[in-house]
Design a protein around this ligand. Structure first.
Ligand code: ZN
Length: 307
């Protein structure tokens, strides 16, 4: 499997910042160690063009991001201090998702070892999400004539509110979000299919919710490509998750999603979304369950040569 990754996905943050920045490099190392991804199949993106970002984001927001002229309130809402490195990493991650989508169309499955920054709105950053990589990639593929319809399966414990808002009136993009009803963001947007969950939900109920709604989302959307925003913040012990779901359940969920998409022969893009386990290394290990699931299903057994 070819994946997008860049060493500058990882940037310095202030001490005790709650975002597990080292998870990106830790995940890369794990996937190489476990021979799920060969180093030859790691494709480094360049920074996405500002014009590409403009497919989704407003000119004034992009200008404030580029110049570092964001208001303090906007920076607080973003959750990261503004730095040139942050702007660069955000643009790299967007291009990483765009590249992964193109590779998925060619190979069947691909991923970005970042991405799924689903809270980003057209005109502002929010909740550690600066740019909405998924939405930008979908608009790019549509404008290029590579796809007509897309499905976003967002199983991060927080609602994919930015993605939902961006495609609210766009029938060509189906947004499916399963999330904690009482969790962030407090004000939810309307996805095509929303599945709100109560706090403290356990494995059996969680998987039942997935089994109930996943086939409908796939059948109703008739997509040319699926973007999977994994999210490992459903797992018990996550700092921001509030569910009581086990690691085994996470793996079972990821297998269900990947198998359901692969069985239908639809190209699949694997994106990380959030995760706030005890350490960045554990968070990376949980994200890797998605790639292990793809490997166990035989989807990535014959690595494609890099191109
Ligand atoms: Zn989340």
């Amino acid at each position: 499997m070819r994946v997008s990754y860049h060493e500058d996905y990882v940037i310095p943050l202030p001490p005790r910042h709650s975002f597990p920045m080292p998870k990106f490099s830790a995940l890369r190392d794990l996937l190489v160690e476990e021979a799920i991804v060969s180093p030859d199949n790691i494709v480094a993106p360049e920074e996405a063009d500002w014009d590409l970002l403009g497919l989704v984001h407003t000119r004034s927001y992009l200008e404030s991001l580029r110049c570092g002229s964001m208001a303090m309130s906007a920076i607080r809402r973003m959750g990261f201090p503004w730095t040139q490195a942050l702007v660069r990493r955000s643009r790299l991650a967007v291009q990483g998702t765009v590249n992964a989508a193109r590779m998925a169309l060619e190979d069947g499955v691909s991923g970005n070892l970042a991405g799924g920054t689903h809270h980003a709105m057209p005109d502002h950053a929010q909740g550690f999400c600066v740019l909405n990589d998924t939405a930008i990639a979908i608009r790019f593929l549509q404008e290029s004539g590579l796809i007509r319809r897309a499905l976003v399966i967002d199983l991060d414990v927080h609602q994919g509110n930015g993605t939902a808002k961006i495609f609210e009136h766009d029938q060509s993009v189906y947004t499916f979000s399963v999330h904690g009803e009482k969790n962030f963001p407090l004000r939810k947007e309307r996805s095509t299919r929303d599945v709100p969950l109560p706090d403290h939900m356990e494995d059996a109920d969680y998987l039942r919710a997935i089994d109930t709604h996943l086939p409908s989302a796939l059948n109703e959307s008739e997509p040319d490509i699926v973007f999977y925003v994994q999210g490992v913040d459903i797992v018990k012990g996550d700092k921001f998750g509030r569910l009581n779901v086990s690691r085994g359940c996470l793996r079972a969920r990821d297998e269900r999603v990947i198998r359901s998409v692969a069985e239908r022969g639809i190209p699949l893009v694997l994106l990380l979304g959030g995760g706030y386990a005890a350490t960045p290394e554990l968070t990376a290990d949980l994200h890797a369950e998605m790639h292990r699931a793809a490997a166990s299903l035989g989807l990535i057994s014959s690595p494609q040569p890099a191109s």
